[in-house]
Ligand binder design. Structure first.
Ligand code: GLN
Length: 550
């Protein structure tokens, strides 16, 4: 059972998907937190995948890994970035997870011989998860975003579980619909009808939204607010205008202008707390929009860039945001350029890469474009261009060094070449079994692990700490058998697992290269607006120096 007096805000989409429910939920979380409430944000993904780990990032956006190791949707990244805190495994659920639990329970005779049904058994499991998320977090308010749009077949049980909770605890639950108001080009006029219909559709579920966040190209005027309010039996001041804006980080500030946090807490019959304090956030938003005198051009070299219809900015969302946050500290205006590794593989590396002030090779899997990425690493190393390798990008940094400096001919990763003479990157023993048994889902080295840093290195200089904790998502590791030889050739493993067996950070000494560093973990997953990641900051500062010197 939920703790007594715990409050829930359910966020449901109307009209169509992709209008910013995740950002609206994150922003509601932030304005309530800024008022002094403890808040947890929960994402419900109705699909039947048990987690997001098996989904293609170019189609579904990046896989965001939590400390716990759970592979989740990119919205969880936004939630953590807005709230500036880690969220737990309870804060994410999928249809697959719910059904798996129910079916496992049935197999274990957990239903005592009864017929197991979507209603009430699956619905009860959903409700129980809504409640346990708030219990684990010990929060006062849970903002729960139900994925999809009203009318979807898949999310109906999730909405119904919320309805039952509202029926039992009417004062503790409020519903917010995030809807879309089109402005058809032929008319040039904002239309409210699709939204009115979406509200009616939700009404047919037995749920009435108390608030409407009206997403549109333009602000919603008072006349239309009144029209929606009357048509949808809603208070006019509960219709919140949410026009397209320059930066997603403006959304909480706009909500604050509309006093949304006060309206939500009133609706939930919460005692009023302090005035909303968004001063740090406001400072950050100002900094992120500032046009700095120095522009830096960063190449992200990857393989996914030629697969047709996709949104790259979603596939690498955390990397892009991490760059933006650190740019506020490095006082630079970053410009990100997507570089297809295959263009380097088959073309002139100098021609493709010479215009950039810094190069990133992000996380990745498989063979496609790999020799192009390795060429990019070599180009950065030889030409002393700041290089930052994230996971795969670190493994390739070490492979390039092994091949070209340590003279280990044919050095490779066992992921691509199982028979390589020099498996510089090898599979962990525990992972072998997983692959042999086709256990792919949720089986990588996942989540937060501690690492120790060596003093006097680039990594230590950035973190200013001997112990760190970072999030992982990989199957392969730097092969311990080659560590000594690589170190003799000049490579520095500046971060290792506490037992010294796993290499967590590889870098070159500053006297050899201004910034050549890669991490086996994904630092971008812990970069936050109010606490930019120290390694991204160090990388960007190096790119600024590089730019000034060229
Ligand atoms: N493919 C590599 C591995 O599995 C790197 C994974 C990644 O970049 N996330 O080890």
């Amino acid at each position: 059972m939920a703790r007594k007096g715990h409050k829930y805000i359910f966020v449901i989409g109307g009209v169509m998907s992709g209008v910013g429910k995740g950002i609206a939920s994150s922003s509601m979380g932030l304005v309530l937190q800024a008022k002094g409430f403890s808040v947890n944000l929960v994402k419900v993904d109705p699909y039947l995948n048990v987690d997001a780990g098996t989904m293609n990032p170019t189609e579904h956006g990046e896989v965001f890994v939590l400390d716990s190791g759970l592979e989740t949707d990119q919205d969880m990244g936004n939630y953590e970035r807005f709230l500036n805190r880690d969220l737990g495994a309870e804060d994410y659920m999928t249809g697959g997870m719910i059904y798996q639990t129910v079916i496992n329970r049935e197999r274990a005779l957990g239903y005592g011989g009864k017929c197991v049904e979507a209603i009430p058994d699956v619905r009860n499991e959903i409700q129980q998860r809504y409640e346990s998320a708030s219990n684990v977090n010990e929060s006062e308010i849970s903002v729960i975003e139900i994925g999809g749009t009203v009318g979807d077949f898949q999310n109906a049980l999730f909405i119904d579980a919320a309805r039952v909770m509202k029926m039992r605890h009417p004062d503790d639950i409020t519903f917010v619909m995030v809807s879309y108001l089109p402005v058809p080009g032929s008319l040039g006029e904002m239309k409210t009808r699709p939204t009115q219909n979406a509200v009616r559709q939700l009404n047919a579920y037995g749920v009435h939204p108390d608030f409407l966040i009206a997403r549109s190209k333009y602000p919603v005027d008072e006349k239309r607010k009144r029209k929606i309010a009357i048509a949808c039996s809603m208070r006019t001041d509960h219709v919140v205008s949410a026009p397209d804006i320059e930066s997603i980080y403006d959304v909480p500030l706009n909500f604050e202008k509309d006093k949304l946090a006060d309206a939500l807490t009133d609706a939930l019959k919460l005692p009023s707390k302090k005035n909303t304090d968004l001063s740090e956030w406001r400072k950050f938003v100002r900094a992120i929009k500032r046009k700095n005198s120095i522009d830096i051009d960063i190449a992200i070299v990857g393989k996914y860039f030629d697969t047709g219809d996709f949104v790259l900015s979603d596939a690498y969302l955390s990397v892009i945001e991490a760059i933006k946050f650190s740019a506020t500290v490095a006082h630079a205006t970053p410009h990100i350029h997507w570089v297809n590794a295959k263009d380097i593989e088959h073309g002139d590396v100098e021609e493709v890469l010479s215009k950039y002030d810094g190069i990133i090779v992000p996380g990745g899997f498989g063979e496609s474009g790999i020799e192009g990425k390795i060429k990019a690493v070599e180009y950065a190393r030889v030409n002393k261009i700041p290089y930052f390798g994230l996971c795969y990008g670190m493994q390739l940094l070490v492979i390039e060094y092994a091949r070209n400096v340590a003279k280990l001919d044919g050095a490779h990763t066992a992921e691509i070449d199982k028979k390589t003479k020099h498996p510089i990157v090898a599979i962990m023993e525990s992972q072998k079994e997983n692959l042999e048994q086709d256990k792919y889902g949720g089986s990588m080295r996942l989540g937060a692990y501690p690492a120790n840093l060596k003093k006097g290195t680039l990594a230590y200089g950035a973190y200013k700490n001997e112990q760190i904790s970072e999030r992982h998502r990989h199957r392969y590791e730097i092969n311990p058998k080659y560590v000594e030889q690589l170190e003799k050739s000049g490579m520095v493993f500046s971060g290792t697992s506490p037992d010294g067996v796993l290499m967590e950070i590889a870098e070159l000494p500053k006297k050899v290269h201004p910034f050549m560093l890669g991490t086996q973990f994904h630092p971008e997953l812990k970069a936050r607006p109010l606490s930019p990641h120290p390694l991204f900051t160090a990388f960007l500062k190096a790119t600024v120096v590089h730019k000034k010197n060229t």
